[in-house]
Each structure stands twice: as structure tokens, then as C-alpha cells.
Design a protein around this ligand. Structure first.
Ligand SMILES: N[C@@H](CCC(=O)N[C@@H](CS)C(=O)NCC(=O)O)C(=O)O
Length: 210
């Protein structure tokens, strides 16, 4: 049996969304953020990192959203949500999937935390601003070259992975100069499985309507 450990306002919405896309049965265990916006200590009993998401599938316990999405799509996706393994398309898709939590996340999260702390020091702000805008331009160019999804006409788990980051960016006012990314988010929000995941798990960000 699948069990998703879900923290409010978090990346575990990604997994909830894919589970709804897959239409398979799962249990949901909910955790509430502390006043300091951390995960509660009880999540450490499930996985030593104490972060969300964590997925359990019988004996298997998995952290890291990209890994969990890949596992679920491979095992339960019936060929959907991932390009065929071993193809050039699959390698490109993996680049987009990993990009979300690596190069793209750092400047977006730095900007988010900077806003919460009343601003970043100049040297860090310079890095965050230029790298964040580079990321937005890179994603927008990819969509311009052939959307509506990152892999063209095919919706994949890379879209799910990036959507969390873009939702956080939009909710924090980072997308005002990026209407194309707003439009991409709207396309993703039109998917009934995302609407269902948000209804079940709540918004991805405290200021997010989605
Ligand atoms: N790279 C990990 C990041 C996991 C992560 O940082 N989760 C956040 C929620 S978005 C968390 O649990 N934060 C609470 C804490 O660290 O106390 C993933 O993609 O799953």
C-alpha cells in the first residue's frame, strides 16, 4: 500500500498531484508546519531527514520528490508521464526533472528567504537576481520552442516538479515580468488532478491560491 507523508505548504503537493493523475489508492498522513515554518519532529520518525515528501510503498521508504515521482511514474504510470526509457527524449526529460531542485531552486529560494529576512546582502542578491532571471528565461524559451508542456504536447513529471517552484515564485511576486510562465501555470492548473491535489492537501504556498 502507498502512503504519502504530506506537509502543508510543501513539495509533497507534487506527489499528491501525481497520485491523483495516476488514479491509484493511497493513504495520506498529514503534518502541519511549526510556527517557525519547519516540519514537525514526528516526520523524522518516518525518514531521518524529516522533510516532505516521503513516500512509503510496503517496505520501501523514499525521500526526494524527483525520485518519488520517477518511482511512481515508472511503476504505476503504464507508460504515461515519462518518455520511453533509454531515449534521447528521456535524457532531456531527466535534465528538466533534475533542474527543478538543483540550478533553478537555489536562486528562487534565496530570493524567497531574502524577502522574508528583509533583503539579501548585495553579493548574494546579485547572484540570486541574475541566476533567477536566467532560470525563468530558460524555462520560458523552452515553452516557446514547443509547449504547452516542457516536453511539448506530452505532460510529464518534469512539469509537476517545476510547477511547485513556479507557484512559489508567482506567490512571492517573482513572475510579474514573466507572463509566459503565468500562462504555463494556468495550463497546469487546468488539470483536474492538480485541482484535486490542492483540494486535499491545500495550497503550495501560504500566499498561493493554488
Ligand atoms: N529536495 C527535496 C526537498 C525537501 C524539502 O526541503 N522539503 C521541505 C518542504 S517544501 C521541508 O520538509 N521543509 C521542512 C523542514 O525542513 O523543516 C525534495 O525535492 O523533496
Amino acid at each position: 500500500m502507498l502512503t504519502l507523508h504530506h506537509l502543508n505548504f510543501s513539495r509533497s503537493t507534487r506527489v499528491l498531484w501525481l497520485l491523483e493523475e495516476l488514479g491509484i489508492d493511497y493513504d495520506l498522513v498529514r503534518y502541519e508546519r511549526t510556527p517557525g515554518f519547519r516540519a514537525p519532529e514526528t516526520l523524522k520518525a518516518v525518514h531521518p531527514l524529516g522533510k516532505a515528501p516521503v513516500l512509503e510503498d510496503d517496505e520501501l521508504t523514499l525521500a526526494e520528490s524527483a525520485t518519488i515521482l520517477t518511482y511512481l511514474a515508472t511503476r504505476y504510470g503504464d507508460g504515461d508521464f515519462l518518455p520511453p526509457a533509454g531515449t534521447a527524449e528521456a535524457a532531456l526529460h531527466d535534465e528538466w526533472l533534475q533542474y527543478g531542485e538543483s540550478s533553478a531552486a537555489l536562486p528562487i529560494m534565496m530570493t524567497l528567504f531574502g524577502g522574508m529576512m528583509g533583503g539579501l546582502p548585495d553579493v548574494m542578491r546579485g547572484f540570486a537576481d541574475s541566476e533567477r532571471e536566467k532560470a525563468f528565461a530558460y524555462i520560458a524559451a523552452r515553452l516557446r520552442a514547443g509547449g504547452p508542456y516542457l516536453m511539448g504536447e506530452t505532460f510529464t513529471i518534469a512539469d509537476i516538479q517545476l510547477a511547485y517552484l513556479l507557484d512559489v515564485a508567482q506567490s512571492s511576486g517573482m513572475l510579474t515580468a514573466h507572463p509566459q510562465l503565468d500562462a504555463y501555470l494556468e495550463t497546469l492548473r487546468a488539470r483536474p488532478a492538480l485541482a484535486k491535489a490542492l483540494e486535499i492537501g491545500g495550497p503550495m504556498h501560504p500566499r498561493g491560491g493554488s
